[in-house]
Each structure stands twice: as C-alpha cells, then as structure tokens.
Design a protein around this ligand. Structure first.
Ligand code: KG4
Ligand code: ZN
Length: 343
C-alpha cells in the first residue's frame, strides 16, 4: 500500500486529501470560497488565488493531524499543475513542491482533468480500462476514450460553452446564486420540463460535439418574454442539457467498443443527468459508473488518486514541473471551432 498526499487549488476550492493505493480515503478536507465570489456571479481569479494562499497550508496541517500522520509517512505528493486559473494552480503546485522537497518525497504533477477522469476508479474498484468518459465540468465538456493512465483519446468537445458554464450562465440570468448547477437543479424540481420550448443544439449531428451558447440565448429570450415561471424555465433548461448530453454520448458510444460508460466532473453531480446517462448505458448494454456527488465536484481525493495511479505506473515529476493554464488530456486532438472559439 502506498499513501499519497493530494493538493488541489485550480478553481475556487482549496482541497487536501490523503488516499491509499487500496482506495482508502484516510483523511480529506475541502474549503470552498462560494461566498467570496457570489457577489460577482462567478469566480474572480485574483480573489481565488489569494484565498488559496491563506487556506491551503492550514488545510494540509489539518488533514495530516486528522490522520495522525506526518509528511514523512506519505509515499508521494500529488498536486494539480493545471489546467485552471493559473494564479490558483500555482498555489497547490508550489505547496506540493515545498512539501516534497522538505520531506524528500517524489512530486507528481497531476492534470486536473485526469483527476476527474480517473475519479470513477477510486469509487468503483471493478471499473477497468477502457471506458467512454463524459467529462462535464465548469470549464470542460468532452467525450474521451480512457484507455489507461495517461492514455486518452478525445472523441468530442464543445464548440462554445462547457455544460457547467451553461448552468452557471442560465442561473445568473434567472437571478440564482453561483454556482448555478445546484441552484438550477433545486429550482427545476418544482418546474415542468416540457413547459418552455428550448433548442437542443447539435442534436442529431453525426459528430458527437457539444454546443450550449444557443441554449443560453434561448433562456435569455424566454426570461425576457415574461411568459413562463422561473421554475419551468429551469426545468426545461435542465431537460435540454440532459437531451444534448444523452444524444451526443449515444453518438460517441457508436464509435467505441469500450464496455463501460462513465460520467465525471462537477455537472455529474446532477441527479437528472446521472439518471439519463444510466438509462442510456442500459439501452446500449454498457456498464455504467459514476462517482458519488462529492467526488464529482472539485476535491483533492481525485488528485491524490490520480497521483496513486501515476505513482504505480512509475510516473513522477521533477521539481521544475510547470504550472499550466491550458493542458489538454489528448495532446493530439485538433482544435474544434464552430460558432464559438473554444478548443
Ligand atoms: O468540476 P467542478 O467542481 O469544477 C471545475 O473543474 O470546473 O465543476 C463545477 C461546475 C460548475 O459549473 C457547477 O455549476 C457545476 O459544476 N455543477 C452542477 C451541479 N453541481 C455542480 N451542474 C449541474 N447540476 C449540479 N448539481
Ligand atoms: Zn474540476
């Protein structure tokens, strides 16, 4: 058994975890900054970076104390090295380097997206490679064939907004607090998902890419028209996102023999999305796996686990490992440009 200390600070959550190669989560803590960013309706990078500087060191201390361990008891230190808000990324990476240097332990520079991508294997010991992964977070919306540790083939991405970004923007339009996903999911419970006709961008297209910008504009028009209750708009919006995710994932499933469908990332915390994808997997006769909701949103257990998987594969990093604002999981994937400009 190896023990990995994981550190995460790439967005607005400061997180630390101690995870064993036997999947035991020895101790962990996440401190969010929602209230600091809420007045601005989104994450302010400078505020986030400064908060990580204040929170993270104490969190490392707390997690080690909870486990009654010291840095000398861990086998390696895994820190998110990107992609994300670069000021924040630098905090956990430099903290990780400091701990690794002081304790004489190897450093593992983890791609945050690999943390999300491998998180289902922390929760589900029977999940083997390869699997089709729908990675849906605030910054990303991708379909990836996960073939092994460090071996990813991107099948699709968004041509404009990420799914979580769409939830956050729609929530802002509806006057709901940031982050928008949980707020919309809650409001949608009392709404009618068929009440508001909204578009399903790219549904039916042969390539499994995503687009959400047009859906956001349609929500904006529906609110301006003033004919629908906000809970009906929220429920109809959530249903439109579900339909897009299911249709696009179904197209991707048609191109891979991977025996399992897996969903991860913050948006995978959404119950409607989990249910619809589970049903798709059953129809397509694939195994379905999704981590518990707390492991879908940003946390350090997934970073420690990705570290454990990389450590087992003999992959460690030098102390000059760079912090990266952009870091695609599949470096060979081409830039996809549509109505929007995102890769
Ligand atoms: O993975 P994550 O915690 O951070 C990133 O790496 O981006 O994902 C955050 C995103 C936010 O856009 C948030 O609104 C969305 O995940 N999210 C949800 C839910 N919980 C979080 N979206 C829909 N339904 C939810 N329950
Ligand atoms: Zn994330």
């Amino acid at each position: 058994m190896t023990l990995i200390l994981g550190l995460e600070s790439s967005c607005d959550d400061s997180a630390v975890a101690l995870v064993g190669s036997d999947r035991r989560i020895v101790a962990q803590a996440v401190v969010g900054q929602t209230s600091a960013h809420q007045p601005f309706g989104g994450v302010v990078p400078e505020i986030a970076a400064r908060a990580h500087v204040e929170i993270l060191p104490d969190l490392i201390r707390r997690v080690l104390d909870d486990a009654k361990l010291s840095v000398h008891d861990v086998d390696a230190v895994a820190a998110t090295a990107g992609p994300g808000l670069i000021g924040g990324v630098m905090v956990a990476l430099l903290a990780g380097k400091g701990v690794a240097l002081a304790a004489g332990k190897p450093l593992i520079a983890v791609n945050h997206l690999e943390g999300h991508a491998l998180s289902p294997r922390l929760a589900d010991p029977d999940l083997e490679f390869p699997y089709l992964l729908l990675l849906v977070s605030g910054g990303h919306c991708q379909l990836l064939e996960v073939r092994g540790v460090g071996d990813y083939r991107r099948l699709a991405t968004t041509i404009d907004d990420a799914a979580g970004e769409a939830f956050d923007k729609a929530a802002k339009l509806l006057g709901l607090p940031y982050p928008g996903g949980p707020a919309i999911e809650e409001l949608a419970k009392s709404g009618d998902a068929n009440a508001v006709p909204l578009p399903r961008p790219l549904v039916g297209s042969g390539e499994p890419h995503f687009s959400f910008a047009g859906l956001k504009s349609a929500v904006q028009r529906a609110i301006a028209a003033g004919e629908h209750a906000h809970e009906d708009i929220a429920a109809s919006f959530q249903q439109a996102v579900v339909d897009c995710l299911v249709d696009r994932t179904a197209v991707a499933l048609g191109t891979t023999d991977a025996p399992a469908l897996v969903v991860a990332g913050g948006v995978a915390a959404n119950q409607a999305i989990r249910g619809a994808l589970a049903a798709l997997a059953e129809r397509e006769q694939r195994r379905f796996s999704v981590p518990p909701a707390w492991l879908c949103t940003d946390n350090a257990a997934m970073i420690a686990w990705a570290g454990a998987e990389r450590f087992a594969a003999g992959l460690t990093d030098p102390l000059d490992a760079p912090a990266r604002a952009r870091w695609p999981l599949d470096a060979r994937a081409e830039t996809v440009r549509g109505a929007g400009v995102k890769a």
